[in-house]
Design a protein around this ligand. Structure first.
Ligand code: FAD
Length: 322
């Protein structure tokens, strides 16, 4: 049964976030051969991004350019996207399970009076049903869910569903949609970034995370070096953030970011349940810890019992020679 699927793209610093391409790939499975329609909001210059969505598999793209959409607000974006849904009547909607996705999709789902499956990591079409797999209990179990009535609406966890290969010769229409957006009750005046420059932690393929074992701010230096040679991002346990070794924007876990990189290297992290909630679904986990009894070794694929200040520099040296 083919379905028209709307993919809500996400723009940051004039570029589409990777999870947008993953959402197109997820939408392709859901569509079962139906039309894939991308939608992106922003202030201006969205046309090239609409084309990029097409190159990654969308059949066409709708762009909504309005000065009230310069910065994300659930108020402005929900009004804009709702009008697209109203015009397009999609049978399914897919978006990334990002900070924006988590904020926007429940608001839309409630207005549409439909269910919402959040944080899916796998999609299977079984007969008439689209079955979404999502982690529950902080990643200790998985549940399979279907929406039985109304629009199939889901968010997907970044870094789990591989994007389709980009085809620069792919053609499709990018159309501008004028929407009515009422005066916003809250207006974002300025955004002050706290995150470090470079690769976005929640989308990184390699994450080097430091815990209290890193000892101080200086102790994070070898971790940044290792991240650089591996093309990854640096994260942290809450222990390290609470001790002011690094910024809270790096925190991974139940009350921090959820990451699922191809490679996660935990340095001086004990493996508290709240930390595991944010990283235990990483594809390969390497733990470096002085304590052979540390809980992190229970989820690690490879464990190194040792002092991180000896192990990490050796790793950097070895990797540089490859
Ligand atoms: P520790 O538990 O102190 O572990 C440090 C580790 O470093 C030890 O295992 C030690 O053996 C090792 N070590 C020390 N020196 C070295 C060395 N030189 N070389 C190698 N290893 C060394 N935590 C999170 O991370 N994320 C969350 O989102 C989160 N949310 C929470 C929410 C709630 C409601 C609560 C109550 C707690 C939460 N926590 C969270 C905190 C969590 O319970 C732990 O306290 C925290 O994860 C511990 O951080 P840590 O592993 O860095 O520190």
């Amino acid at each position: 049964m083919s379905r028209k699927v709307l993919i809500i793209g996400e723009v940051r610093d004039n570029s589409l976030r990777n999870v947008t391409f993953e959402a197109i790939s997820a939408a392709k499975s859901v569509s079962d051969g139906g039309e894939l329609v991308g939608v992106i909001c922003g202030e201006n210059n969205l046309e090239p991004l609409g084309n990029e969505m097409i190159q990654y598999g969308a059949d066409r793209a709708i762009i909504i350019q309005n000065d009230k959409l310069k910065a994300y607000s659930s108020e402005g974006y929900s009004q804009a996207i709702y009008q697209v849904i109203d015009e397009e009547s999609p049978e399914a909607i897919i978006m990334g399970h990002t900070a924006i996705g988590k904020d926007l999709t429940p608001k839309l789902a409630s207005r549409l009076e439909t269910g919402l499956i959040s944080d899916a990591i796998e999609i299977d079409v079984v007969g008439e049903n689209v079955v979404f797999t999502r982690p529950i209990y902080s990643g200790k179990a998985f549940e399979k869910k279907i929406i039985t009535d109304g629009i199939i609406f889901a968010t997907i966890r970044p870094n789990n569903i591989p994007p389709l290969e980009r085809d620069e010769s792919r053609q499709g229409t990018v159309s501008n949609l004028d929407v009515e957006i009422s005066d916003l009750q809250t207006v974002i005046k300025d955004i002050i970034r706290k995150t470090t420059e470079g690769i976005d932690l929640s989308e990184a393929k390699v994450v080097i995370a430091g815990g209290r074992g890193v000892k101080n701010k200086e102790g994070f230096k070898p971790l940044y070096e290792l991240a650089e040679v591996l093309g990854g991002a640096v994260g942290a346990s809450r222990g390290a953030c609470d001790a002011d070794y690094c910024d809270y924007s790096l925190q991974i876990g139940q009350t921090g970011k959820v990451v699922t990189p191809d490679l996660y290297i935990a340095c001086g992290i004990s493996g508290a349940i709240q930390h595991l909630a944010g990283m235990s679904n990483s594809k390969i986990i390497v733990a470096i810890n002085k304590d052979p009894e540390a809980n992190i070794f229970n989820v690690a694929d490879y464990g190194i019992v040792g002092d991180l200040f000896e192990v990490v520099p050796k790793l950097i040296e070895e990797i540089k020679q490859v």
